[in-house]
Design a protein around this ligand. Structure first.
Ligand code: ATP
Ligand code: MN
Length: 465
């Protein structure tokens, strides 16, 4: 349907109706030509491809044509014809032009092509108009859709877990406080600590770092659920893989043990990568050409291989015997860093690795304890170029074991009474994992920095747009 009084460039190019009158609207990418004929490449964001507008200069006002520069927004009406040039299959012989908004060539920041990604981050309000961000944002949209499609096809219920949370025991990272108290003069207790009982929620609340604990409540009623929402971590980690605000997909399944959890993670990621290859080919080809020669080959290889499944303890042995001098020396009990994860994936196995049975000390309280007394049924999925893309586990469903772990860690039982209730009433074996949406997008787009796969990145000292 031609909404907005125009045909989208994507539709126009997909099924070109030669010799019909069409209207297109969009932003000028380039204008070139001479005194008698001019060519405009127009883009409306529906596809990486531009439509070529052919303008017979004698038919138009000179001033009007002069003010159509790179970045201007225009409408063009005319006849769609087979292109005479070799660069494109079709073009429009323009009969009428209207300018919605000019873009002063002296001032428009995207006047030239080939800006660095660093520069584009400083103009995040305009970068969606570049080919790169058009491609990335369309792929991001396709992946979000595919995630919902996958879970719907598999009978999972989309559960909306809270963004403001009263539990500070999620344990996945530092949290942002949510408050309406006057931060210059908060009410205080006798010991000078802030008296949150006078705050909006009557207690200290935070932005969530994970929807998992609430996800478990859903799984132990609806049996297979997933969450897909924003999560927040106030960690000062300035890396190409960390954001302060990112999106996470967290399926949680009753009756799954660790093996089925791994099966689901592998099937899910392969489905998403396959979806991208089948539905985002133009954008992937563009990103491959611009940034990453082996992108499409790497995506295909992930679909075709079986992921390696390996015990943490075996992983440590491989790293120790690698002869590589890592920045963080390897020993049993080490919380693996990206350098270790990438060694296993890129150098040793040359395929994705699911690492299981981690030392309990480096994992969260809720993970199911193994009989060895030392390890828990964690599973991290490690990917080339990224390291950890998924973190998950089978959950401890035994009330007594869970409570004793909570005591060991000096956590307050009363803060998680509602979580513990699920283990008191109708508990069941269950498992789940969290996939970082932007980590997935790093893999699928081949982009190197996580700031370039989210429209408006939030990182330390950066929340301008
Ligand atoms: P990492 O060790 O890489 O910091 P994590 O172990 O703290 O990650 P989890 O708590 O296991 O992360 O979160 C589940 C998933 O969420 C991770 O596997 C990753 O894909 C993603 N993720 C975690 N932290 C961030 C972040 N700060 N920015 C973007 N994605 C993240
Ligand atoms: Mn993790």
């Amino acid at each position: 349907m031609a909404r907005g009084g125009r045909t989208k460039i994507l539709d126009l190019l997909k099924t070109p109706k030669i010799d019909t009158q069409v209207t297109v609207k969009g932003w000028v990418r380039t204008k070139r030509g001479n005194k008698s004929i001019q060519f405009i490449a127009l883009n409306d964001g529906s596809t990486i491809h531009n439509i070529q507008l052919v303008i017979d200069v004698s038919n138009f006002d000179e001033e009007l044509l002069k003010s159509i520069n790179t970045g201007a927004c225009i409408r063009a009406d005319g006849k769609l014809v087979k292109s005479q040039g070799s660069g494109q299959p079709v073009e429009i012989q323009v009969a009428d032009l209207e300018i919605y908004g000019v873009a002063d060539p002296e001032k428009y920041p995207l006047q030239k092509k080939g800006h660095s990604l660093e520069f584009l981050r400083e103009i995040a309000h305009l970068r969606p108009r570049t080919n790169t961000f058009g491609a990335v944002l369309r792929i991001r949209n396709a992946m979000a859709f595919a995630i919902h499609k996958y879970f719907n096809e598999n009978g999972f219920v989309y559960l909306h877990t809270p963004i403001i949370t009263g539990s500070d025991c999620e344990g996945a990272g530092e949290m942002f406080v949510v408050t309406t108290l006057d931060i210059n003069n908060p009410p205080r207790r006798n010991d000078k600590s802030v008296n949150y009982s006078e705050d909006f929620f009557g207690k200290q609340c935070n932005l969530t770092v994970s929807g998992q604990l609430e996800g478990e409540l859903g799984a132990l009623a609806l049996s297979e659920i997933y969450t897909f929402g924003p999560t927040f971590r106030a960690e000062n980690s300035n890396t190409p893989r960390h954001l302060a605000e990112f999106w996470m997909i967290e399926p949680e399944m009753a009756f799954y043990e660790i093996d089925e959890n791994m099966d689901l993670a592998e099937d899910f990621i392969k489905y998403l990568v396959r979806y991208a290859l089948e539905n985002c080919a133009d954008d992937l080809e563009f990103l491959q050409k611009m940034y990453d020669d082996s992108l499409i080959e790497r995506l295909k290889s992930v679909i075709e291989c079986d992921f390696i499944r390996l015990d943490y303890t075996e992983g440590i042995e491989i790293l120790k015997n690698s002869g590589v001098k890592f920045e963080f020396p390897v020993h049993w009990g080490l919380d693996l860093q990206s350098e270790h994860e990438r060694y296993l994936v890129e150098k040793h196995f040359k395929k994705p690795v699911i690492l299981t049975n981690y030392p309990k000390e480096i994992k969260a309280f809720y993970m199911k304890q193994n009989n060895d007394g030392k390890t828990v049924r964690a599973m991290d999925v490690l990917f080339p170029k990224i390291g950890e893309i998924i973190g998950g586990s089978q959950r401890e469903e035994n009330y007594d074991k869970l409570v004793s772990r909570i005591h060991e860690l000096n956590m307050a039982e009363k803060d998680v009474w509602w979580y513990l209730d699920t283990r008191r009433f109708g508990t069941a074996p269950h498992s789940g994992f969290g996939l970082g949406f932007e980590r997935l997008l790093l893999f699928v787009t081949g982009m190197a920095n996580i700031r370039d796969v989210i429209p408006f990145p939030r990182t330390p000292k950066n929340a301008e747009f």
